[in-house]
Write a protein that binds this ligand. Structure first.
Ligand SMILES: O=C(O)CCC(=O)C(=O)O
Length: 487
């Protein structure tokens, strides 16, 4: 019977064999006999599939628009339509699965019904597990592509609907006890990071180092516009906690990251550095990134760089704190905080425990929402990733969660000697073409004696990079950093 509705040209062909399987599993379990779908159900499936396919063609068309020309020139309307179309695809696909599994229609306007269905429907994982996981991954991809490429402003109970659906699906996929062995293999090893091995790295012009400066001290550095390393400043973040469940030294180990992010799609930069000709970007599953680039010493390198991971996967944000220093402004008045006192003391995402806040400071705290004013990016990659010499317009705290990075910094006044790319190179003019470690002195003769500062950033350390300060960053081991830009 199912052959009747199986059409080779169909783009949702993955669903029908599953329908077949699910139904025969259920029937076998209950009656030991196959109970076929009614003619009505079959017609409904065909109609939904046809609508799905039409929408899929429209979505392909919009995808082309999103991938043509410079990202900054793409009209936002395409991004809104893309997310919306993906939501329609999601709804139709889940409807098909629901009909297949229950022989009844799902009330898709009740989002909690959809989510509960995803959470609770006792899918028999033993049979055709692989195909079923593929289907769930397909649904999850729709959400992630909307979050990454689209513009998503549909909210449910104050939460972005795509985040909510993606998070439910991801949990559903990773709760399968065989998940990690299926995506990585049986021998998932923790990353071995040997900091000691890099401690005698030759550092001649060390960036000043402070241990736990007060807000006032930090503010002095901020208005002096000089870089600063604050050592062991973030070790009270939850991601550093001992993980009693797995008996591991640190909560953010590979198993944890795979369980939270494994089935999610993330943008990976492929190539040694973004100034190289062969450099490119790819969307891939986080689990594939771990397998192919973190666990495998691959060339070219893969780098999850400058990505708003904490917006895409808000669960991860629970594990980090916004450093209190991000509340200082560059203004020359007495330190102006951007939040009121209670919010400051109560905000669990704000790292305050170790800092010495003097009374003058507390009297000068205008209202504002710090979470909205701070942009948080992640930088996760193997040893050997390079961020070429560039500058950013905002003050920056680069926080090292694990691994070791070498950072070299050049004062903004040396810009002339660092040879910017020009706009016509398609690379923004905040980047230098000079290979800092191996400069071509014939081509860039003025670079030879430009003074610089440098440092090794180790787990728990934070580097303050002032606005417009040029910086070059290279990872010496596998490394996870989080940076905060604020104003
Ligand atoms: O860690 C890196 O690779 C680069 C970080 C960076 O450029 C920044 O935080 O601005």
């Amino acid at each position: 019977m199912y052959n009747l509705i199986y059409r080779a040209s169909n783009k949702v062909t993955i669903i029908l064999p599953i329908i077949e399987n699910e139904q025969s599993n259920q029937s076998n379990r209950k009656n030991n006999k196959t109970k076929p779908y009614s003619l009505f159900t079959i017609s409904l499936i065909i109609v939904i599939e046809d609508i799905y396919n039409i929408i899929d063609y429209i979505s392909d068309f919009i995808w082309e628009k999103l991938n043509t020309g410079l990202w900054s020139n793409i009209g936002v309307h395409w991004r809104y339509i893309y997310s919306f179309i993906n939501l329609l695809k999601f709804i139709l696909m889940i409807q098909l699965i629901y009909i297949a599994c229950t022989n009844s229609l799902l009330d898709i306007f009740k989002l909690n019904v959809v989510i509960n269905f995803l959470k609770e429907y006792p899918i028999d994982f033993d049979n055709d597990k692989k195909k079923f996981r593929q289907l769930l991954l397909k649904l999850l991809k729709l959400c992630d592509y909307s979050l990454l490429m689209g513009l998503t402003n549909i909210f449910y109970n104050g939460e972005n609907i795509y985040n909510k659906l993606a998070s439910s699906l991801s949990k559903y996929i990773t709760k399968d006890p065989d998940y990690i062995s299926t995506v990585i293999g049986n021998n998932l090893q923790d990353l071995i990071i040997n900091e000691q091995q890099h401690l005698n790295y030759c550092i001649n012009y060390q960036v000043p180092i402070l241990n736990c400066p007060s807000i006032s001290q930090f503010h002095q550095m901020l208005i002096g516009e000089e870089p600063l390393v604050i050592i062991k400043s973030i070790i009270d973040w939850p991601c550093f906690q001992y993980d009693s469940k797995s008996n591991r030294a640190m909560k953010w180990n590979l198993e944890y990251l795979l369980n939270v992010c494994g089935p999610r799609t993330v943008p990976i930069e492929i190539g040694s550095k973004y100034t190289d000709e062969q450099w490119t970007q790819k969307l891939m599953l986080f689990s594939d990134f771990i397998k192919d680039y973190i666990l495998d010493d691959n060339n070219p390198k893969g780098y999850l760089a400058q990505h708003l991971l904490f917006e895409q996967i808000p669960e991860l944000k629970e594990d980090i704190d916004i450093p209190i220093y991000c509340m200082c402004t560059l203004s020359n008045e007495l330190i102006a905080f951007k939040k009121n006192k209670e919010k400051f003391h109560n905000n669990k995402n704000l790292s305050s425990s170790k800092f010495n806040i003097n009374n003058n400071v507390e009297r000068n705290m205008p209202e504002a929402n710090i979470e909205e004013d701070v942009e948080i990016n992640c930088w996760f990659g193997p040893a050997g990733t390079v961020s070429p010499l560039h500058f950013d317009p905002k003050p920056n705290l680069l926080c090292q969660v694990f691994g070791v990075k070498y950072v070299r910094l050049y004062h903004p006044s040396t810009s002339e000697k660092l040879y910017h790319f020009s706009k016509k190179d398609l690379l923004s003019d905040n980047t230098s073409p000079v290979d800092v470690e191996n400069p071509d002195i014939d081509k860039y003769p003025n670079f030879i004696d430009v003074p610089y500062k440098e440092t090794l950033l180790k787990s728990g350390d934070v580097l303050y990079i002032p606005p417009k300060y040029w910086h070059f960053v290279k990872s010496l081991t596998s490394s996870f950093s989080v940076n905060f830009w604020w104003e």
